[in-house]
Structures are given as C-alpha cells and as structure tokens.
Design a protein around this ligand. Structure first.
Ligand SMILES: Nc1ncnc2c1ncn2[C@@H]1O[C@H](COP(=O)(O)OP(=O)(O)OP(=O)(O)O)[C@@H](O)[C@H]1O
Length: 688
C-alpha cells in the first residue's frame, strides 16, 4: 500500500494526481449541484400541482448531489487494457474509470466518477487474477476523514504479480463500529456482488451464518435495483422488513448514505396493524395461529355467509315483471365462488351478473335494453335484497373476532383442518366484545391481514427485502408475500438463528408460503464480523441447533478475541462490570448481552457504578459506547466488544432447549473484535 508522506509531495506523485482528481471531481459535483439549484421552473407550463412535483424532484436532486465531507466521493479506479464500448461505459470515452457512490460528470458531460451500480463498475467487484476481465490495474483508495491518504494496486493482467490480501479491505473491516450500520460499497465481495446485482424479476433467498453480510447485501441490493429500474420501482415502491424497531434504527442510515431516501422500512407487525395488539399468545396458540392451515380456515370463514337462494328474484320494470329462477341464481353464485376472485370483487360482480341475466330475458321478450338498464336493474331493491341475503358484506376484523370467540363457528370453519385440541388452543379464553376492545395478539393481527386480503386484494410493491426471515411463521410469510405478488423479494436469514416456536426449518418451504416457490437459494459462508476464534466456538452449537449447516469461516483471524471467565454467583455482577470497563478501555462500541430477566438488575448495577449505557437501536456515540442488550433483541446487531453474562441463563430464558441454544448462538456472534463470556453456572454442555 502506498501512503501519503507527512511532508509535501511532489506534483508528479501518483497520490497527488489522485488527490487532484478528487478535488476536480468535488468541484464538478458542486457545479452539478449549482446547476440544479439554478433551475428556474417558473416558465414551465402546467398546473400548480405539477409545478410542486417538479419543485420537489429538483429539491431531491439537490439533496442527492450533496458532497458529504467524510464520505469518499470515489473509492476505486479501473484501468482497462482496451477502451470500452459507449453503451457499457455510459458515455465514457477512455479506459480509466473512477468508481464511487454516485455519478459525477464535468462541464462537457464526460464522467469523472462512475456510480458503483453502473454496469462497468461490476468489473471492480468481480475481476480477479484468474479472470481479469480486461483489467490492467485495479486501484483501491484509502481515506482518513475526507482525505485521500493511500492507494493499493493490483495488476490483474500481470502474470508475474503475486496475489496478496488487500490491506485496505482489512482496514475497512477492522474499523471500530461506533454509530449505526455503514455501507460497504468499497468492499463488496464477488459472491455478495452477484446477489446485489441479481435480476429484479426473480426472488433470491440467502442463507448465511452470522456476520456473512446478509443485511448489508440486502440493503445494497435495494440501492442497486433502484438504480437499474428506477422508474418501475419508484412507481411500485420498495420495502425493507426487519425484526424490530431497534434493528430498523440500526440499519436506517445505510440507504440514505447511498443516496436512496425513498425506501420504506417496517416490521412485519407494522405491516399488519389493522387491529391494536394488546395481548400475547402462549407458544402453542401462536404456533397454530401462524400455521398455513389457518389460511384455509379463514377462507372458509369469509365464505361462510354465502347462502344459495331458494326463491326466485323478481324484478319489476314498468308494467312487466322479470323472473330469475332460484336455480339460475345458484348457478351465478356457484360460478363466482368457483372463480377464486376476491370476496369483495365477487360481491360487487354479483348484482351485475343477476342484472345481465334479467337483460337477456328482456331481449328474449322483445325489448332492446341498453347498459343503463342493466345498471338500473343491478341497483334495484329486488337484486340488492338477493345480494344481501346470499353474499353479505364481510368486515375482516369482525370476522376474526367471531372466529376466535365463537367455538361453534371455529369448529365449522376448521373442520378437518384443526384438531379439537388445536381449536381449543386458539380460542380466546374470553370472547372479545368488539374489534376495539378485543385481546388481539400479534398472531391475530396476521389473521386479520389474511382475511382482509381475502376480501380485497392487497396492493403489491415492486420489491421487498425480508431480513431475519427465519423467524417468520407461514402466515407471516404469506402476509409478506401478498405485498410482492407482482414484484420480487430478497429473503435473508439463517436457519440456525431461528428463535420462534415456528422458526423456518427449510427455505424451499418458506419460499412456498411466500408465494415464490422455486426461488434460488444462495449460501454465504465467509464471515466479516465475528473473529475466527469466536465463530468456531459458537459453531460448536450447530449440531444441536441446525444439524445440516456448515460452520462459517471468518476473514478476521486475530488472536485472543475470546475470553471465558468462571465467576461465583456473588461475584458475578462485579465481574460483569469489570469486563465492561475493560472493553470500554478499547476503541469502539461495547454490548453487554444478558438474559432478558437479568436486564433490570444489570441496569441498576451499571447505574450504581456510574456507567452510562444505551438501549439497543440507540445510536452509539464517542461518549456513550456501552449498550445493555436483552438477548431477545441482539439479533442482527453488532458491537466491537461483547460481554455475555451467563450463557446458561440465556438458554433457560427460552421455552425449549433448542430455542435457548439458538438464542445463545445469536448472542455469541455479535462481537467484531472481542467476546468475554462470564459464567457462575456451568456452561451449556453443547459448548463442549
Ligand atoms: N464486503 C464487506 N466488506 C466490509 N464489511 C462487510 C462486508 N460484508 C459484510 N460486512 C460487515 O460485516 C458485518 C456483518 O454484516 P451483516 O450484519 O450484514 O451480516 P448478517 O449476515 O446480516 O449477520 P446476522 O446473521 O448476524 O444478522 C457488518 O458490519 C457489515 O458491514
């Protein structure tokens, strides 16, 4: 690696030339921003609304053109052996490209920095010594603050040059983790890049051990898709789904840092918030309510009110009466039920179908009615009465309220699907009196969402990224799936980290529930977070928690990253405080992870010791670097140093041993630089 000398550098110094290019790129970006600021739209014809829309678009462009002082404008350079065709290089004439976070061009329109998502930039991530892809030289830049201070070259087409590990990549990965999650544009790895740039049309599922970059890849994929299919996705919308709000606040800065401000983020629970959740299910009830069989129970419940008529429908028009006999009405209704259209759409179609039959009879009777007559017949009192009796309106929340409160109704809808014991388990102990006051649980809200979709189609987004997917129930997968029926999804998860009673056992099955059966499953196995020593210790749990999965490797080989300390029951809290102080002596963030039940006692001890601490999801700062993390919220998060208090207690905090061990696996795999495990009780036998 070449580094900047502390003294002045001569003008022909390569580093100086790169700094000059950085300075002129910055100036060009400033000019682009000034151009956008000076756009005068007062002469543009159009309504007030179109003016406002235009104004907003310009404001967004100005914001996107901001030069962030501490974010490098470019991080790499590609020197091709030959020049590149115009279409691939997006207008570039030469064979040298600077790769950065956004596109910057000079006054003449020639590119100075190419967006990392452009086709030509893919070479930066994919070229290798075995497949140089016409690259003579790949250069990576190192920055300190906003200053370009180093570069590193690989002469990929030079057979004499030896391959060596990238010091800049290592430095990037070793950076202390203060603040929220960062983007990884400068160091995306080839196997990650393939997932990031996978086609929009297909759904991709990624199985990956802790720290293999699943979340990072999912977020960069959204940014890539928005670049490659901006118009389509801007219309249809994109959504990132995460497990809880702590996790969402941890990742919420990544997309804005990549210039993407329009991506919605939500938890599954937020997606299905038709009713107010104010109770919790037991594990068994939640498991059954989350089972895919409930979809059929609900389908039956929604259609339970459909009644076949036994009387004819007689419509009076002027002096004549038109009679649709009962058997014809039955045919119409049976045709509608057989067509599997939404309940609400069928309800809207039914009066028109009856009116159409009346119309045919009128024509046969020598009249010449037009469409207006059909509409009038459809709206007539007689036809309305038939629709009301045969296809009554369904309010989804009221329907689920009845299903969970009325044993007889449930028995009718669940016949042959749920056993009597299962039915008893899902019934509320006391029926809810109204939608407003009923004891809705998270799983009930998902049922209401399913019922809502049976009545009226849920609008589909263009793309959905589903993170920590392994924890979703089949009914939750369905809820996510109906939000991307006409779009695609990126499903990210780790079977070994599933901690719900219904956790995913197989990806093909989960994808089936999502409505994306047959989607491709990729596996990421190289870890970027957890040091080798720590991941191999945690992987001892794999045979017990996910027997089919191979342990991850790690690119972080540092020694002495794992400390296991036995302590006494009395000395335990002091040992925890000491371990936290030791960790805080180092640079970066510290997470103190413990069983949920232990959190209040630890909070008190930390307060008494005068150690300020944060809750998960609150941004760490240089001043407040310690976070107290209940094991149930640790998923997806990471800290430079982790102090893990009493593994046996973390395991015992869950209803069954496998889930407990999986919770422990999650807790053991949050550390970037060092993990200290403290225990007064014996360590779980599975840790060996
Ligand atoms: N190519 C990369 N270059 C640099 N850092 C990376 C790279 N890939 C991943 N990382 C970093 O590794 C860490 C772990 O990544 P991430 O959280 O995406 O992993 P994960 O697979 O989602 O983990 P978990 O299963 O624990 O949720 C993050 O700090 C991320 O920025």
């Amino acid at each position: 690696m070449q580094s900047a000398a502390p003294t002045t550098v001569p003008a022909d110094d390569p580093l100086q030339r790169e700094r000059d290019h950085l300075a002129s790129s910055r100036a060009a970006l400033r000019a682009m921003r000034e151009d956008a600021e000076q756009l005068d739209i007062s002469d543009v014809a159009g309504t007030w609304v179109t003016q406002q829309v235009l104004h907003e678009q310009i404001q967004r462009r100005i914001a996107a053109l901001a030069d962030l002082v501490h974010t490098p404008l470019f991080f790499g350079r590609l020197d091709f052996l030959h020049s590149i065709s115009e279409d691939v290089s997006e207008g570039a004439g030469g064979a040298r490209f600077y790769i950065g976070r956004r596109h910057v061009h000079d006054a003449g329109g020639d590119p100075m920095v190419i967006d990392w998502r452009a086709p030509v930039s893919q070479t930066f991530y994919q070229a290798s010594r075995t497949e140089p892809m016409d690259i003579a030289k790949r250069r990576r830049f190192g920055y300190t603050g906003g200053e370009l201070t180093a570069y590193e070259d690989e002469n990929l087409s030079d057979p004499a040059e030896q391959a060596k590990a990238s010091a800049l990549l290592a430095a990037e990965i070793e950076k202390p983790r203060v603040g929220p999650m960062r983007d990884i544009v400068a160091t995306i790895q080839p196997e990650q890049d393939e997932i990031v740039r996978a086609e929009l049309g297909g759904t991709v599922c990624v199985q990956g051990a802790p720290g293999t970059g699943k979340t990072a890849v999912g977020l960069h994929r959204v940014a890539y898709l928005l670049y490659a299919h901006r118009e389509r996705l801007a219309k249809a919308g994109t959504l990132v789904i995460g497990p809880n709000s702590s996790f969402l606040s941890y990742i919420e800065q990544v997309l804005p840092a990549l210039g993407e401000l329009e991506v919605a983020q939500a938890t599954v629970q937020e997606l299905v918030s038709h009713v107010e959740v104010r109770a919790q299910d037991g594990a068994e009830a939640a498991r059954i309510k989350g089972d895919a069989r409930m979809a059929e129970v609900l389908r039956r419940a929604v259609r339970d009110g459909i009644t076949l008529p036994t009387e004819p429908c007689v419509v009076v028009r002027g002096s004549r009466r038109w009679r649709v006999p009962a058997y014809e009405l039955v045919e119409i209704i049976e045709e509608l039920t057989g067509r599997e259209i939404r309940y609400g759409a069928a309800m809207a179609a039914l009066p028109q179908r009856i009116a159409h039959t009346v119309l045919l009879k009128m024509e046969q009777g020598g009249e010449a009615p037009d469409d207006r007559v059909q509409d009038a017949v459809a709206r007539s009192r007689e036809v309305k009465a038939v629709v009301k009796a045969c296809w009554p309106p369904v309010d989804p929340a009221k329907l689920v309220l009845r299903l969970l409160g009325d044993a007889e109704f449930l028995a009718r809808c669940a016949d042959g699907l749920l056993t009597p014991e299962e039915q008893a388990a899902v019934l509320w102990p006391k029926p809810g009196r109204s939608v407003k006051t009923a004891p809705w649980t998270p799983a009930d809200a998902v049922l209401v969402d399913e019922a809502t979709d049976l009545v009226e189609r849920t609008p589909s987004l263009g793309h959905v990224v589903l993170d920590e997917a392994q924890d979703l129930s089949p009914m939750q997968y369905r809820a996510v799936g109906r939000r991307c029926t006409t779009g695609s999804a990126t499903v990210l998860g780790d079977l070994a980290q599933g901690t719900t009673p219904w956790a995913t056992a197989s990806w093909p099955e989960a994808l089936h529930h999502l409505g994306k059966a047959g989607a491709h499953v990729e596996e990421l196995t190289t870890g970027f977070r957890v040091p080798e020593q720590v991941i191999s210790y945690a992987s001892r749990l794999l045979p017990a928690i996910a027997p089919g999965l191979a342990p991850a490797t790690s690119i972080r080989t540092g020694q002495d990253s794992l400390t296991i300390r036995a302590t006494t029951a009395d000395g335990r809290t002091d040992a925890v405080l000491l371990a936290c102080l030791e960790a805080l002596d180092r640079e970066g963030s510290t997470g103190l992870i413990a069983a949920d039940a232990r959190i209040p006692a630890l909070a008190e001890a930390l307060a008494e010791a005068g150690l300020p601490f944060l809750t998960p999801g609150t941004e760490t700062t240089a001043e407040a670097r310690l976070t107290l993390v209940p094991a149930s919220l640790a998923k997806g998060l990471e800290y430079d140093y982790v102090v893990l208090d009493e593994p046996a207690e973390v395991v015992a905090g869950e209803p069954d041993r496998r889930t407990g061990l999986r919770r422990l696996y999650v807790s053991l795999t949050r550390a970037v630089s060092g993990l200290t495990v403290l225990h007064a009780e014996p360590l779980p036998a599975e840790l060996g």
